[in-house]
Ligand binder design. Sequence first.
Ligand code: SF4
Length: 369
Amino acid sequence: MKRMRSADCGVRNIPSPLRGEGQGEGSVELLDLKGLTPSEIERFCMAELGQKTGRGLAVARQLFGKRIEDLDAMKDLNRPLRAGLASRCRISSLAIEKREQAEDGTKKLLYRLEDGNIIEGVLIPGPGRLTLCVSTQVGCASGCGFCLTGSGGFVRNLTTAEMVNQIFAAAKLSPDPITNIVLMGTGEPLSNYDAVRKFAEIATDQHGMGYSPKKVTLSTCGLAPMIEKMAGEMDLSLAVSLNATTDEVRDRIMPVNKTYPLARLMQALHYYCDKTGNTVTIEYVLFKGVNDSDEDAHRLMALLKGLPCMINLLMFNHFQGAPFERPEEERVYAFRNTLLNHGHVAVVRNSRGKDIHAACGQLRAGYPE
Ligand code: SF4
């Protein structure tokens, strides 16, 4: 007998993998609480469990805020609420199957999902901060030519709970709290829009994990319509992987540009900044002889004219068989200085965890599927 009536309780758009995954015929569907936003938990508790206002939010605070993953340990819930949750819900978890630590302290984490698929994350320590890089898909369909992460193709979207679980699992590895979240692991977050939007809400809601939207960054390869859509729906920081100053070059290294060329992408970014008042981070990976000339620096400035942004410059991380080369450091700093001399905010970012293939674009490398 299936007892869950999500439409009745107002808990809508529950992704099917969260609905009784692995439940046999005739068994009760169990809702994964980690896949519900605090307001969805509240609605469920009121409509389905007959609880008063605020009780569901208290559940959310214990789960996401205090990271209590055992209903019996949520002591200040009343007994009928706990019994109701126990009969209708589950709390999933994610195991870290393997971890490696780089010389610079960066940890690469290998998680195995309930269906056997593998995803990776990276935990990056820094002065006064600990950043977790979260994956949003198993594989990626975007096919960026410089990305080993996406070279294996797309397998499936992650559920909201699987994204939330990456934070829960990684947090157990460090005595220091995770201060920043970046959606820069495997996958294109805006291709998994609904699950990522719910993740964003859980991460930033005061009854959820309570992160400041400034501390949660979504990085996209440039899905222009989805950038416009998120402007009104997701309160996060936005980073865009630009990497070229002409359509000819960007078509070659980022196939998404054939669908949303530079002019269309810039239109979306202006719309996003106008609507949110936010600044965008422009990520620009430099490839030797491809996009690292002085002319490129000037075209980049022309492209970004009037856009509230800062520019992160990264040197390509070479991998075996890569069709690009890493530029000389002097070229990178000359590129940066051109930008600085014209009043732009530009920073050269050093890739972290290169010796364990945890650097940008190298995730899922070296693991058998
Ligand atoms: Fe996908 Fe990002 Fe790699 Fe592009 S850079 S293929 S969007 S994971």
